[in-house]
Ligand binder design. Structure first.
Ligand code: GDP
Length: 459
């Protein structure tokens, strides 16, 4: 852990001009280095004496001359994000100025931080486990309320608490079995088959449940791949624009104007994020350009997890509309009877008989969106999802839990087939290994590097 002896620095805010930018310095020599480049305004103040959780106004020193003013925030190890001594400068966010400040820090012994190195240090110094560190990144990239709630729960350790409870159960079993195998003459109570089987089944159940959260977590984090379909002129673009909050696709009265696929990430009132592909009307056409659009639209439709079928609710349904509705009966879909401001044609009952999830709204007036949110949640069975429940957030975590789960299932099989305690114990050890890798208690450097390589510099 050679690098833990270095002091790192980086810009923690996005590059470019800004009112304020933050430069972070972390490591054993953070105060020493900062002391050489920062002059407090107040007489008698010094960086070396600065207490943790305090702020100080001052200037940077360039060749001994005072440069721009800034505020330094001090954190003393171990009470900082990284667990090391940390100083954070809030300075004016000018790119030239910031490059000077970073240069000064580097000239005085700091080294540039690698991607995710602040959080990596927090992990290495035991401030957080690996799943919590991963949640930091998810929190930064969260695009909706549910996504950020899920990331916050993981940041607070919801996932590791769950897996650690399983670990504790398995460890107890393993310890008991080893003791019994190793010291058969001692008076160690034999594990009853029932107890062993009950514990293993419970652990397998918990792990299987965790695995099942992956898809939901992905939906909350990345949004729902959604296709919006319907005849030309039913109001698809108008609805997209309403959801997106600004004019993205061209709204016209000429059928077939939306020739290509417009993709947009929108948020429903309840916080669900939809990645919507607005498609050219799914219709037969002689126009070659439009035909390409139609082919792509069909592809998008196949890939999506949710279909929003827009219909003009104020006019009688066409054969095409009916065909569309019937084609969606087997998949998660919501029928949207648009243009409710113009009245109802009377076909609503037929649509409701075909599709469980159907809402009436007016894209022009912006009414009915809350009902749309509810219908989408129901169509995807997201109604009962608690975003703060333990959830798997990425493939790495899923891989670990999957390994642990199969190992526990193997242990169960071995036990049921009457194999030796040793055989059962080997499987349990394998499960434990996977779970310890999940939260990083026992993990290779390669895995750790991989996790933090996806971070941004400064985090
Ligand atoms: P698209 O071809 O399905 O994308 O339909 P557009 O969004 O381009 O809308 C076609 C026409 O219907 C436009 O003139 C819209 O202003 C109009 N329109 C869309 N939604 C509504 C609505 O809820 N009420 C009414 N009265 N008109 C609407």
């Amino acid at each position: 852990m050679e690098h833990l002896h270095t002091t790192i620095c980086a810009l923690a805010t996005p590059p470019g001009e800004g009112g304020i930018a933050t430069v972070r310095v972390s490591g054993p020599d953070a105060y020493g280095i900062v002391g050489k480049i920062f002059a407090p305004v107040r007489q008698g103040k010094s960086v070396a004496d600065a207490k943790g959780y305090t702020a100080m106004l001052g200037h940077y020193l360039l060749h001994g001359a005072e440069m721009d003013e800034c505020v330094a925030l001090f954190f003393r190890a171990p009470h900082s994000y990284t667990g090391e001594d940390v100083v954070e400068f809030s300075c004016h966010g000018g790119p030239w100025l910031l490059s000077r400040v970073l240069r000064l820090l580097l000239d005085h012994g700091a080294v540039p931080a690698q991607a995710g190195e602040f959080t990596k240090r927090a992990f290495l110094s035991g401030k957080m486990d690996l799943t919590q560190a991963e949640a930091v990144m998810d929190l930064i990239s969260a695009s909706g309320a549910d996504a950020s709630r899920a990331a916050m729960a993981a940041r607070e350790g919801a996932l590791s608490r769950k897996t650690q409870a399983v670990c504790a159960d398995l460890t107890l079993l393993a310890a008991h079995m080893s003791a019994w195998v190793d010291y058969p003459d001692d008076e160690i109570e034999e594990l009853t088959d029932t107890h062993l089987e009950e514990t293993l089944s419970r652990c397998a159940g918990e792990l299987r449940h965790l695995l099942s959260t992956f898809d939901t977590g992905k939906i909350l984090r990345e949004g729902i791949p959604t296709a919006i379909v319907g005849r030309p002129n039913v109001g698809k673009s108008t609805l997209m624009n309403l959801l997106a909050g600004y004019d993205r696709s061209i709204v016209t009265d000429i059928p077939g104007t939306t020739r290509d696929i417009v993709e947009e990430t929108v948020r429903l009132p309840g916080g669900l994020v939809l990645n919507i592909a607005d498609t050219a009307g799914l219709r037969t056409t002689d126009d070659p350009v439009e035909a390409i659009g139609v082919t792509r639209a069909r592809g998008k439709l196949e890939q999506s997890s949710l279909v929003l079928a827009v219909l003009d609710g104020s006019a009688p349904l066409s054969d095409e509309d009916r065909e569309l509705v019937l084609s969606l009966r087997e998949r998660p879909a919501v029928a949207i009877l648009n243009k409710s401001d113009l009245g109802q044609s009377g076909d609503e009952d037929w649509v409701r008989q075909q599709l469980t999830h159907c809402v009436t709204l007016s894209a022009r007036e912006g009414t009915g969106l809350a009902e749309l949110d509810t219908a989408v949640r129901e169509a995807l069975s997201l109604g009962a999802v608690d975003p703060s429940a333990p959830m798997l957030a990425n493939e790495r975590q899923r891989g670990c839990v999957r390994r642990a789960c199969s190992a526990v299932e193997e242990a169960l099989d071995a036990q049921r087939m009457g194999m030796t305690m040793d055989a059962v114990n080997i499987c349990i050890d394998e499960a434990l290994e996977a779970l310890l890798e999940l939260d990083g208690r026992q993990v290779t450097d390669a895995v750790v590097d991989e996790v933090f390589a996806n971070f941004c510099v400064g985090k």
